[in-house]
Write a protein that binds this ligand. Sequence first.
Ligand code: ZN
Length: 202
Amino acid sequence: MNIKIRPNKKVFPFFMIISVFAILCMPKTTYSAQQSVSAKAVVIIGNSPTNDTTPNGWPTCGYIAQGPYSPPTHNVSPNRPAVDIQDENGTGDNIYSTHKGIVDNIFLNDPLGGNGILIRGDKYITLYAHLQGFAPGITVNQQINAGTLLGYRDSTGNAILPHVHYMIWDTSYNEISLTEFNSLVPPYSLLDTVTSTWGPCK
Ligand SMILES: [Zn+2]
């Protein structure tokens, strides 16, 4: 793995504030498009284009253990616009970028977020935290597409069970509203089981 770390003053305060750990989850996605898998990326046929910089779909499979703007940890700013997608048996499951962008930052061994990666698009930045590690070749400032494999699910940092903490900010790392967050993911309910929009999880 070729991992570079670039401290980001705007990001790290977040990890000092939030307490990230999972609890449950699971929803329902309406996405059922055909998928074709290549070495590093997944192309969704009949779904969102991989060059769309706006987040779309789910980055992995599992159940929604905690929703946005909800207790116990997603009711604490700036941690609110996030979901935990959990799978007790899902250590190592694939985590995909939900949009085109560049790798804005990668962090390792954060006490709260564990190993995580931030992807910057034109209007939003997404975070994928508690990862086991990163996909081969992922580096800061790398251009990626929606569906690019970023890393693998685990429970690094402050996490009770394997899950990905998936969060969406604006490009200044400000929180977006619950309504806006929900417009960027498929419809879901707490504890719904969801399927990755971008590729297989195993
Ligand atoms: Zn979380």
